[in-house]
Design a protein around this ligand. Structure first.
Ligand code: PAF
Length: 275
């Protein structure tokens, strides 16, 4: 695997690579990322991964400074997954001066769920992803369903700005006890890690209830939040939404997804399940 830290270098590599799939990441790679890399490999001649911890998408009280940076271990995993090129720029390459132009996603898409609790987050995500897509110019870009709203925002951005790129979703990878793999799981203490699967368990309970015909979404959401609170979680939201735009369901046959974010100790976890 070749490691590139400059825009010129990754562009030259891209030009030699035929059909390219890009998997943007912030590093600290786990099996969820590696599954995306392998999926990318099935869709392209070469996979380019990027690792860049994007300051713009972190709020002032969030974990930008302590976000785990594990480049050496990440490189070993990428190499083993058959990734051809890693683009790992530092901040002076992506933001040589303070970023003055931004992508502002549609307010209806970012005023809800994650966007309501993390103002500016999706603006930061969309801005850096557009920049990475412009730098690499891949044929395909992959994003995990674990960040369901991010996937929606980025798919819409690519479509609305007419980028000639196919966006592919990757399924969430889970530990045996149901916990969705996430770089932030590393912040959990042993006791919190044992408690953490309750979030997925509550989502699964809602999914099963809805599939069995219970459409009292508000009660299902409220009960799940209460169950988490009873076990020392601080939930931000648990919400059953339409998959298409993450707005509340209207038609009985709307395809649905249930999404959640909750704090366990000092760690904020998110997860979702399609229904
Ligand atoms: O999902 C992530 O890791 C990040 O939000 C992304 C898409 C790499 C943008 O920084």
């Amino acid at each position: 695997m070749q490691i590139h830290t400059t825009i010129d270098s990754i562009r030259r590599a891209r030009a030699r690579s035929g059909r390219v799939a890009l998997v943007p990441t912030m590093g600290n790679l786990h099996d969820g990322h590696i599954t995306l890399m392998r999926q990318a490999g099935d869709r392209a001649d070469a996979v380019i991964a990027s690792i860049f911890v994007n300051r713009l998408q972190f709020g002032p009280s969030e974990d930008f400074n302590k976000y785990p940076r594990t480049l050496e271990a990440d490189c070993e995993k990428l190499e083993a997954a058959g990734v051809a090129h890693l683009f790992a720029p530092d901040e002076t390459v992506i933001y040589p001066q303070p970023q003055l132009y931004h992508v502002d996603p549609a307010p209806a898409q970012v005023a809800i769920l994650e966007g309501a609790f993390r103002p500016g987050h999706f603006r930061g995500v969309a801005t850096v992803v557009l920049k990475l897509l412009n730098i690499v110019q891949p044929d395909v870009a992959l994003f995990g369903k674990k960040d369901y709203q991010q996937l929606m925002v980025l798919s819409n951005m690519v479509r609305e700005l007419a980028l000639p790129i196919e966006v592919l979703p990757g399924e969430t990878v889970r530990a045996a006890d149901g916990l969705a793999l996430s770089s932030r799981n590393g912040y959990l203490s042993e006791a919190e890690r044992a408690e953490a699967p309750r979030l997925h368990a509550q989502l699964a309970r809602i999914r099963d209830a809805v599939q069995s015909g219970d459409h009292d979404f508000l009660k299902l959401e409220t009960d799940a939040m209460a169950e988490l609170e009873a076990h020392a979680w601080q939930p931000d939201y648990i919400a059953v939404r339409r998959r298409s735009d993450l707005q509340p369901p209207v038609q009985p046959d709307d395809p649905l997804v249930v999404l959640a974010a909750a704090r366990l100790g000092r760690t904020r976890l998110i997860d979702n399940l399609e229904i």
